[in-house]
Design a protein around this ligand. Structure first.
Ligand code: PMP
Length: 412
C-alpha cells in the first residue's frame, strides 16, 4: 500500500489526538459544561463526575490513589509546581538568605526542569547537575555520590526526550527513600507508554503530559504522594483552592477528560504496542545503518524507549538532510535560538561533538506508524544522505582514509 505523505516521525514532540479521545472530550464542550466547583447544581455535579472518572484513569496508569493526582496545564507546569513547590516548602533557611537547601538534577534534563532549578539557585538554593556518560544514563550510584545532608530534592527524568535513554528511576527512588530525600521525576516521555507503579518505584512526585500520549495539548498531571511520606508543596498560583490548593483555577474539564481517556487507552494497549514499536524502530535503525557507513545511534543501546531513535549521520548537516526529506517530519539535533543554530545540549552532554550533533536527527514513532512508512523513511533518508555526501569533500577525504580531525587548516 502506498504511504500517505507527509509522514509524521516526531511523536516525541507531540502526538495526534486519538479519535477515541476526541470523542470522549466532545460532550464536555456542549453538554457537560458546568464548573466542577459548582457543588450546588446538577451541571456542576456532572462535570465533577467526569473529572473524578478521569482522575481514576490517570491514577490507574500510575498505580496511585486518585487523591494524589493534581491536574495541570502540562508537564512544564507540573515540573515547576513540583520543583519550586518542594524547594519553597522544605527550605532550610528563610527567603533571601543562602544555604536554603540542595537539589540534585542532571545537565540533560528538559528545560522545564533546568530553568526552575536555575531560578532556585538565584533564590539561595544549591543545585548539583549530574553529568551522564556516553550512554546518557543517570544511575542510582551517581545520585548517591551527590547526596548531602542538606539535599531536599532529587529531580531526574524517567526517559530522555531526545535520545530515549531510560534512567534508573526505581533504584534512585529506593535510595531517596532510604535517605529521606524526595524524588521528583519528569515522566513526560514515559508515563502512559511504559509501566509505572509509584509504590514499587518509590516515586514521590511525577510529571506527565496529555499530548505525548495521544491526548490533547494543554493538559497534564502531577502525582503528589500522600503517604510515606506525605509530600507538601508551596503552590505557585493562589486562588480558588482547586486541586487540594496545589493548583488553583477552574478545571479544564474537556482536557482532563481527554487525558483520562488517553491514559485508559494507553494502559489497555501498552503491552502490545511496546513490542510493535520496538520492531519498527529496529527495522528503521537497521535499514539506515546497514545502508550507510559513518552513522551512529545516540543514547543507550538497550535502555531506551522503544519509540525513539537519535541518529548521527557523519558528513551531513542535519538541517540540510531535513530539507532534503521534507515530506518526513522529524526533529534535528540542533535547536534554533533567535541568533544561531545551537547544537543540542543533550547530545553535547553525552560527549557528541558539535559537528556530529548538528548531523543528528531524532525519529520518534507513534500509534499510527506502519512498516511501510518505516521502509519509505529508510529509502528516502539513505538516498538523501548519499546525495549530500556526494557534495562533501570531507567525506571524500574520509573515504580515502584521511583522519579529518587531525587536519590543520590554513589560516588566512
Ligand atoms: N519534559 C519532557 C521530557 C518533555 O519531552 C516535554 C515536552 N517536550 C516537556 C517536559 C514539556 O511538556 P508540556 O509540553 O506538556 O509542557
Amino acid at each position: 500500500m502506498p504511504v500517505k505523505l507527509p509522514l509524521y516521525f516526531d511523536n516525541a514532540a507531540t502526538t495526534r489526538t486519538d479519535p477515541r479521545v476526541v470523542e470522549a472530550m466532545l460532550p464536555c464542550f456542549t453538554e457537560v459544561y458546568g464548573n466542577p466547583g459548582s457543588r450546588n447544581h446538577s451541571f456542576g455535579w456532572a462535570s465533577e463526575a467526569a473529572v473524578d472518572k478521569a482522575r481514576g484513569q490517570v491514577a490507574g496508569v500510575l498505580g496511585a490513589d486518585p487523591k494524589e493526582v493534581v491536574f495541570t496545564s502540562g508537564a512544564t507546569e507540573s515540573n515547576n509546581i513540583a520543583i519550586r513547590g518542594v524547594a519553597n516548602m522544605y527550605a532550610k533557611a528563610p527567603a533571601g538568605s543562602a544555604g536554603r537547601g540542595h537539589i540534585i538534577t542532571a545537565v540533560h534534563e528538559h528545560k522545564a526542569v533546568l530553568d526552575p532549578c536555575k531560578r532556585l539557585q538565584k533564590e539561595g538554593f544549591e543545585v548539583t547537575y549530574l553529568e551522564p556518560g556516553r550512554d546518557g544514563l543517570i544511575t542510582a550510584d551517581m545520585v548517591k555520590g551527590a547526596l548531602r545532608d542538606d539535599t531536599i530534592l532529587v529531580t531526574i527524568m524517567w526517559a530522555n526526550n531526545e535520545i530515549g535513554t531510560i534512567n534508573e528511576i526505581p533504584e534512585i527512588g529506593r535510595l531517596c527513600h532510604e535517605k529521606g530525600v524526595l524524588l521528583h521525576t519528569d515522566a513526560t516521555q514515559w508515563a502512559g507508554k511504559m509501566p509505572v507503579d509509584v509504590e514499587r518505584d518509590a516515586v514521590d512526585l511525577l510529571s506527565m503530559s496529555g499530548h505525548k500520549i495521544f491526548g490533547p495539548k494543554g493538559v497534564g498531571a502531577l502525582y503528589v504522594r500522600r503517604r510515606k511520606p506525605r509530600v507538601r508543596l508551596t503552590p505557585l498560583v493562589d486562588g480558588g483552592g482547586q486541586e487540594r490548593g496545589f493548583r488553583s483555577g477552574t478545571l479544564n474539564v474537556p482536557g482532563i477528560v481527554g487525558l483520562g481517556a488517553a491514559c485508559e487507552i494507553a494502559a489497555a494497549e501498552r503491552d502490545a504496542e511496546g513490542p510493535r514499536l520496538l520492531a519498527l524502530r529496529t527495522r528503521l535503525e537497521q535499514g539506515i545503518t546497514k545502508a550507510l557507513d559513518t552513522t551512529q545511534i545516540n543514547g543507550h543501546a538497550e535502555k531506551r524507549l522503544p519509540n525513539i531513535t537519535n541518529i548521527s549521520f557523519g558528513f551531513v548537516e542535519g538541517e540540510s538532510l531535513m530539507m532534503a526529506t521534507k515530506e518526513i517530519a522529524v526533529s534535528s539535533g540542533s535547536a534554533c535560538t533567535s541568533a544561531s543554530l545551537e547544537p543540542s545540549y543533550v547530545l553535547k552532554s553525552l560527549g557528541v561533538g558539535d559537528d556530529l550533533a548538528h548531523s543528528s536527527l531524532r525519529f520518534s514513532l507513534g500509534r499510527w506508524t506502519t512498516g511501510e512508512e518505516v521502509d519509505y523513511v529508510v529509502d528516502k533518508v539513505v538516498a538523501a544522505v548519499n546525495k549530500l555526501r556526494l557534495l562533501s569533500p570531507l567525506y571524500d577525504m574520509h573515504k580515502e582514509g584521511i583522519d579529518i580531525t587531525k587536519i590543520e587548516w590554513a589560516k588566512h
